[in-house]
Design a protein around this ligand. Structure first.
Ligand code: ZN
Length: 285
């Protein structure tokens, strides 16, 4: 088993066992496990749609055009109740990451940065050299609210307190809250480390200017909503999907198709343009 899969499954197993072990007697291990699983699934799903489908492909790359109210709602909901990710600084860092991929100026990781250095950078990235996030939507009250540093602290205190109130046990609440955030850090490391090191994954495109790789196994693709197909994505960053062949498992794109059926999103002209060297016969949206 690949090291990143082993790490991901091990984290999930430890999380499940910790939920069972630390559940207070009035909840018991099985209900404790069910509560931990429900918390993880809800946070993962909302977080994945928010960051991977909406902020990444909708805003940072403008490949998808979402309804304004939907963007703002999911941004406020995720950052109030789920794992906090500042949308404005994330978009800025992400655009710098594409511009300088693995070279000085990339806030996520330089080519020589190892595992522990990149892990530290997930929490304390390199300083952004320029501002590439001047989108109109960032001036709206909902984005100004969630990107405020006071909000980032208050929301995390609030959603921890809410969880504590629900399970009525401080230690159990802390295990769930911190345990899921450890898994979220693994998701971040799939993106920033394992898909940016040529020893892992596969390369469809021999782009020499970066180290972006495709990781296509079930757990990383599911956890990241397909954002780990990095070699495909860095080759055609404006294209609305990250899978470039029909056999590549693509949960993120499947979710976008459901959102399109619900009338929440449509392709932009840029996003719907099928790049010439992509082996797909149709965009599929
Ligand atoms: Zn991107």
């Amino acid at each position: 088993m690949k090291i990143y899969n082993l790490a991901g499954w091990a984290l999930l197993l430890v999380y499940a066992l910790a939920c069972m072990y630390f559940a207070p007697p009035e909840i018991g291990p099985w209900l404790g496990l069910a509560i931990g699983a429900a918390y993880a699934v809800v946070c993962w799903f909302i977080g994945g749609v928010y960051l991977s489908c909406v902020i990444h492909m909708g805003i940072a790359h403008r490949a998808l055009d979402y309804k304004d109210w939907f963007i703002k709602t999911i941004t406020v909901v995720n950052n109030t109740f789920g794992v906090y990710v500042n949308p404005v600084s994330w978009v800025n860092r992400h655009r710098l990451h594409h511009k300088f991929s693995d070279h000085p100026g990339d806030p996520n990781k330089l080519a020589a940065d190892g595992f522990w250095r990149t892990l530290y950078l997930c929490l304390m990235p390199y300083k952004a050299t320029t501002n590439m996030a001047d989108d109109e939507i960032f001036k709206s009250w909902s984005f100004r609210l969630v990107s405020n540093p006071v909000f980032s602290v208050a929301a995390q205190v609030f959603n921890f307190a809410l969880l504590w109130l629900l399970v009525r046990d401080l230690r159990f609440a802390a295990v769930i809250w911190l345990g899921f955030r450890a898994f979220a850090l693994w998701i971040n490391m799939i993106q920033n480390y394992w898909t940016h090191d040529r020893r892992f994954g596969y390369r469809r495109y021999a782009d020499e200017h970066d180290n972006a790789m495709n990781i296509g196994e079930w757990l990383p693709v599911t956890a990241t909503f397909s954002a780990c197909l990095q070699n495909n994505h860095h080759h055609s960053p404006g294209f609305l999907r990250l899978s470039h062949e029909e056999w590549e498992y693509d949960l993120g794109f499947a979710t976008v198709r459901v959102m399109k059926a619900l009338g929440l999103v449509r392709a932009t002209n840029k996003g719907a343009m099928l790049p010439k060297d992509v082996p797909l016969t149709a965009v599929g949206l």
